[in-house]
Design a protein around this ligand. Structure first.
Ligand code: FE2
Length: 374
């Protein structure tokens, strides 16, 4: 079976209107140090903080921002705290994919009425800058979706957080917004979670890649991409498929101890400039062999960029029926081979091509072989 199905997105009858990704929250072992990594390597700005100095006795959080991308890095101050235990089990990883909504109460109640499991009931947080409403539901693994309503808030992030300006401002690298967030789920879990996003969250199935599309000599995986009504929020879901050796999705599940976020794709308007700066800042990217570039233009057609620049930086090119896209993948950014980043520039393409999967997964396999986990 060699299926590549693409279904239409549509905002008519949008069951769950979303304004975009509000923030991504990571639970980490040492938020202070992780904050410096994201500032120095990825060009984020430190904008807000909570911790003992602001009245938060058991948790510290650093809020970092670059254009519309907002990361929250959170650590516990007590080993018994659930955040410390989450980090002990999973390593540093993504806990929350927060969704920006116009009405948090309605979004939450609608999700529950369609079968979502509650993680946190509606809370209204207030300070001098106004009010924020949040509520949370469970998704795959221990990951949560928090609905965030901020239309009556003028502060920098949320009540409970104090605005901060760092002593040193690192140069931004041109990251603009979260393009998509990918989940790795257990064998057999993909269709369950696709159904969740379709039925509970009102997402559409955008594209399906089966194990014929995404296999190398050794390993395989399957992936379905769901997208919300206006197309601004996309969640690809991967599950391992049978191959000669261990699937890279299995490697993730083994190290993360369950389902979780595999990668976050961040969009730029100028991938050559962004990736050049990231490399200069010390970010490690996956290696793409030179032979990838020999026939890539036969496959994707004409592009605006000089292929030599792409080859030098190891940037991949792919195409859907509306245009093309440029993408590159970092190595994992945690000690465990779990979370990594994609940098993406879309030039017309709204979906995903399948041509890059083989190159990407062969690149990951070379890293797996080095780790002895292939
Ligand atoms: Fe991706």
């Amino acid at each position: 079976m060699d299926t590549l199905t693409k279904e239409k997105t549509g905002i008519e009858n949008d069951l769950m209107p979303l304004l975009g990704t509000d923030y991504v929250e990571f639970y980490v072992g040492n938020a202070k140090q992780a904050a410096i990594y994201y500032q120095a390597a990825f060009g984020f700005q430190w904008v807000a903080y909570r911790g003992p100095e602001t009245g938060s006795r058991d948790v510290v959080s650093y809020v970092l921002q670059q254009d519309k991308v907002r990361f929250v890095l959170t650590a516990a101050l007590d080993p018994e705290h659930e955040i410390a235990q989450h980090v002990a089990l999973h390593g540093d990883g993504v806990k929350v994919l927060a969704l920006w909504v116009d009405d948090a109460e309605k979004s939450y109640n609608d999700a529950l009425s369609r079968g979502a499991e509650s993680a946190r009931t509606l809370e209204t947080l207030t300070d001098d800058d106004g009010e924020i409403k949040t509520a949370a539901i469970h998704t795959y693994g221990e990951t949560l979706h928090v609905f965030v309503e901020r239309k009556n808030y003028n502060g920098v992030f949320m009540p409970g957080f104090a605005a901060r300006t760092p002593n040193k401002r690192y140069p931004e690298v041109g990251l603009r917004f979260v393009d998509h967030c990918v989940g790795n789920v257990e064998l057999g879990g993909m269709n369950k979670w696709v159904k969740f996003y379709q039925e509970v969250m009102g997402f559409n199935l955008l594209i399906t890649f089966d194990d014929k599309d995404i296999s190398t000599k050794y390993t395989a995986l399957m992936s379905k991409v769901v997208s919300n009504g206006n197309g601004w929020v996309k969640f690809p879901i991967n599950e391992p498929a049978r191959g000669l050796k261990k699937s890279q999705i299995e490697e993730y599940l083994d190290f993360y101890k369950g389902a979780g976020v595999q990668h976050i794709a961040l969009a730029t308007n100028d991938i050559i400039s962004t990736v050049s700066q990231l490399r200069e800042n010390g970010v490690d990217f996956l290696y793409v062999p030179d032979n990838y570039y020999e026939d890539v233009l036969d496959r994707v057609g004409e592009i605006d960029e000089d292929i030599k620049d792409l080859q030098k930086l190891n940037i991949l090119v792919d195409r859907d029926d509306e245009g093309y896209l440029l993408q590159i993948f970092t190595k994992p950014v945690e000690d465990r081979p779990t979370v990594f980043y994609e940098i993406i520039q879309r030039k017309g393409a709204k979906s995903f091509g399948k041509g890059n999967f083989k190159a990407l997964f062969e690149a990951i396999e070379r890293e797996q072989a080095l780790r002895g986990t292939l």
